[in-house]
Design a protein around this ligand. Sequence first.
Ligand code: FES
Length: 101
Amino acid sequence: TTIVYEHADGSESTILAKPGDSVMRTAVLNNVPGIVAECGGNAMCATCHVYVAQIPGLPEVADAEDEMLDCTAAERGADSRLSCQLPAVDGLRVRIPETQT
Ligand code: FES
């Protein structure tokens, strides 16, 4: 399962994710910069914000995630998600915002 993280400077990190890990956890375990994840994955901090195109296999935005997405440091977009709420889906590309705090 491969995830591509696009950085604000245009560079990319391609990371092999372990099945069952979230997009946030995969980033943290692999030292991908730009995902802070202060709350440890509980949809309570909004510092794991990413922009992601909806692709098959991703869950819908749940109510708790939707509320937290109103608190992101970088502007919320139609494609904003909390990466702790996203399973590692093969071929996923996420864009990391310029700031999380
Ligand atoms: Fe805190 Fe995702 S890690 S909301």
